[in-house]
Design a binder for this molecule. Structure first.
Ligand SMILES: Cc1cc2nc3c(=O)[nH]c(=O)nc-3n(C[C@H](O)[C@H](O)[C@H](O)COP(=O)(O)O)c2cc1C
Length: 126
């Protein structure tokens, strides 16, 4: 299995309407694809970690890259895994308030270049 994370710049006008729809459609589709993961949103950037078999995950990632609801998709944290971290979640969504709760060591809550790896490590340690 593979895990892959990325950060992207959101291009959505109304996050409170569009994100719940995106998350429920993604969870449904990920269930069928055997995909698990987590999506975070800091009000400006998305950060997503996906886990699953290589081919479906790479196909999904290429589809996600084409999605006009975000731009500048930058992958990182790609590695082979034996066990899933997010086995209970086909697509868990975490907003910035919940990020604060889940990653207590963070003193600044954004997914800027300086903070990205700290958030990612915090997510993997949840
Ligand atoms: C930030 C973001 C995260 C997404 N995550 C997923 C996901 O985990 N699973 C998924 O099936 N689609 C996800 N999508 C939606 C896909 O980009 C795409 O719209 C969906 O797979 C349907 O593709 P299709 O229209 O080619 O069938 C995401 C989109 C965005 C903008």
């Amino acid at each position: 299995m593979l895990t892959l994370s990325y950060r992207s710049t959101a291009r959505i006008k109304s996050p409170e309407c569009e994100i719940p729809k995106l998350v429920s459609q993604s969870a449904e589709s990920n269930r069928k694809l055997g995909m698990t993961g987590i999506l975070l949103f800091d009000g400006f950037y998305f950060m997503q970690t996906l886990e699953g078999s290589w081919d479906p995950l790479i196909e999904l990632f290429l589809r996600i890259c084409e999605d006009t609801r975000h731009t500048d998709v930058v992958p990182f944290g790609v590695s082979q895994i034996d066990n899933r971290k997010f086995h209970d979640w086909h697509m868990k969504f975490v907003d910035i308030c919940e990020t604060v709760r889940l990653i207590p060591d963070m003193d600044e809550f954004n997914f800027s270049d300086e903070r990205l790896h700290q958030v990612h490590s915090g997510v993997l340690a949840m």
